[in-house]
Write a protein that binds this ligand. Structure first.
Ligand code: GLN
Length: 274
């Protein structure tokens, strides 16, 4: 089979199970199966060996079963940087890039930064990569996720202090900025999540009955770790920003909500004014 025929067959198979980005996914899987860049596949063409064909078919079937593309490829991109991902970490979301931008906009020079629930390390690594003057610590409860975050820091050539532990358990002193994309999916939404999301670590998603369990624990403790004018930047689940602002109001003097590219309020920035 030629590359073009394989691409078409893969696309049709993925479309038949309702995968929206079928053409994109088929190309990504073909490039992965034959270990070539997507651009080379499209520009130069060629034919698959029997072995490559078998690999490609297997990958397409895995994707058709709604297994996340990024886990099949073992790679995801965040803020233009490449990250290794597997089932031990949440796949970095486009939504979280807005959280990263908010953190970067709120970062003083030579800041001490803490990323809670770092997962693949996406936020911590992108912040350090963009602002090498910052000193970045990151904590994570899952040992397997922490290993991936360390691997990703190495891959992206940045130095981060990683700590294994629950939220602030290993936090060191006071920070200028604390950022987090904590688990926030409410129990009632669990069943209706996309099939792909169900392959992601429940620990990274499950925010308890209301979705606010981890937010509440962060907000209760955060002031003990923030400098007098420090800031907390939180990703908010869709529809959660208002409640979060309500929770933060009692403790912080200044609060801002930032919309994502789709105009939804998805980042809450709280400042601890001097
Ligand atoms: N954005 C993720 C989702 O909706 C949830 C991530 C999280 O719980 N922090 O699938």
């Amino acid at each position: 089979m030629t590359f073009r025929q394989a691409l078409k067959a893969g696309e049709e198979r993925l479309l038949s199970v309702g995968i929206e980005e079928a053409a994109h996914d088929s190309l990504a899987l073909l490039s992965h199966a034959i270990e070539k860049d997507a651009a080379d596949v499209l520009l130069f063409g060629g034919s698959l060996s029997t072995e490559q064909q078998e690999t490609f078919d297997r990958l397409v079937e895995r994707r058709a079963a709604r297994y996340p593309l990024q886990y099949i490829l073992g790679e995801s991109f965040f803020m233009g940087l490449g990250f290794y991902v597997d089932e031990n970490v949440l796949i970095p979301r486009f939504d979280t890039e807005c959280v990263c931008e908010a953190a970067l906009e709120n970062l003083p020079q030579n800041a001490r930064v803490l990323d809670l629930c770092t997962g693949s390390g996406a936020l911590a690594i992108a912040i350090k990569k963009t602002r090498p003057d910052a000193t970045v610590d990151a904590t994570e409860l899952s040992p397997a996720a922490l290993e991936i975050a360390k691997k990703n820091a190495k891959r992206n050539g940045v130095e981060i202090q990683f700590y294994l532990g629950d939220l602030f358990a290993q936090a060191q002193g006071y920070y200028d900025l604390i950022v987090s994309n904590p688990p926030y999916v409410p129990k009632k939404d669990w069943e209706s999540l996309q099939e792909e999301v169900k392959h992601e670590p429940r620990m990274a998603l499950d925010g308890g009955d209301s979705g606010f369990d981890v937010y509440k624990r962060i907000i209760d403790a955060v002031k003990d770790y923030l400098k007098p004018d420090g800031r907390l930047v939180l990703e908010a689940g869709d529809g959660q920003a208002e409640t979060l602002v309500g929770m933060l109001k009692k403790r912080f003097k200044s609060l801002h909500v930032r919309n994502d590219l789709a105009g939804r309020p998805r980042t809450v920035i709280a400042q601890n004014l001097k």
